[in-house]
Design a protein around this ligand. Sequence first.
Ligand code: GDP
Ligand code: MN
Length: 388
Amino acid sequence: MKVHEFQAKQLLARYGVPVPKGGVATTPDEARKVAAELGGGSVVKAQIHAGGRGKGGGVKLAANPDEARAMAEQILGMTLVTHQTGPEGQLVRRVLVEEQTQIERELYLAVLIDSSTGWPVLMGSRAGGMEIEEVAANTPEAIHRVAVDPAVGFVPYEGRALAFALGLDGDLLRPAVALMSNLYRFFIENDASLAEINPLVVTKDGRVMALDAKVNFDDNALFRHADILEMRDKDEEDPLEVRAQEEGISNYVKLDGNIGCVVNGAGLAMATMDAIKLAGGEPANFLDIATANDPQRVVNALAIIGSDPSVKAILINIFGGMARVDVIAEGIIEAHKQDAVKVPIVARLAGTNLEEGLRMLAASPVHVERAEDLGEAASKAVAAAAGA
Ligand code: GDP
Ligand code: MN
């Protein structure tokens, strides 16, 4: 789960990570009020679940409260397009109004999980304020990493090494290491999967501060963080993904292609997506209906995929173990009755109660193009999506 910058900063502040003073506004008048309370110059920042806002016109400096109001008027209601939103952009419903910071240097600092070791890693770079992916691609030597043994925890001397590598020495060393330690503690105690500060700034008056904050949480651990779950903003999430979760399908991810997939098992779902790509197509989603011995789950999955206008064909790939093919067939027939699917269906069905499932489909008015194996299913789905 992602949260907004202002929420991430509230959480980080509780852990002693220095952040600018500020407040959230949903109208230009509120923004003016926040700026007036802060006094002096302010920054007005679009709150969406995506980075790159500065370049897209979503971060603006204001010299006084009236200017803050004018900036908020420009930003609120705009559809902000950044490299992370995709071309359709994201509607801005809130702004964060903060005191202006006099920046001396912009750095990068993050805690994330290194997927190859499973250990948390602190990552830092002097090249802050720009896309870290670009830095990693062009100048990988500019990125410094410190792996943290989770059994031992954050070790200050490793923090000092990272601070020196970032040029945070002298009077900056102590506060920099404290900030790293606090960021790490926040990351661990809240089951975060990413805590990224870009930029981490050194101010003209010699302080280190998180000027931006991007935090993601592990969905599987949210049950033990009620306070964080409350920060969820469904407006920022894909509507079909939200609907899928509400209907008990937790493993649905919308993608850019045109072949909808209904699969049981996450591994089989990945293999199905690979097979579609290999056959020259593009999957419209990842979906794992899990062991769905409930036809309604199949109906829900087909209805969600069927309501995605980019879907031109659906590939159903079921390997019935615990899941039964007859139950899947019942779901397909019911979805057809409800007119939930208007595109061709290709199905590769195998396993438990296959004969019964096929008999039910044959006796129904549903037209399902059958395939014997995954390769054949993928080719047929690609052909069907192309209108063949
Ligand atoms: P992002 O573009 O979505 O990553 O948004 P950021 O919060 O990182 O802001 C983008 C850029 O705006 C930063 O890298 C800074 O250069 C600039 N910026 C943000 N806040 C301030 C501020 O208080 N003072 C100054 N001078 N620049 C700021
Ligand atoms: Mn940023």
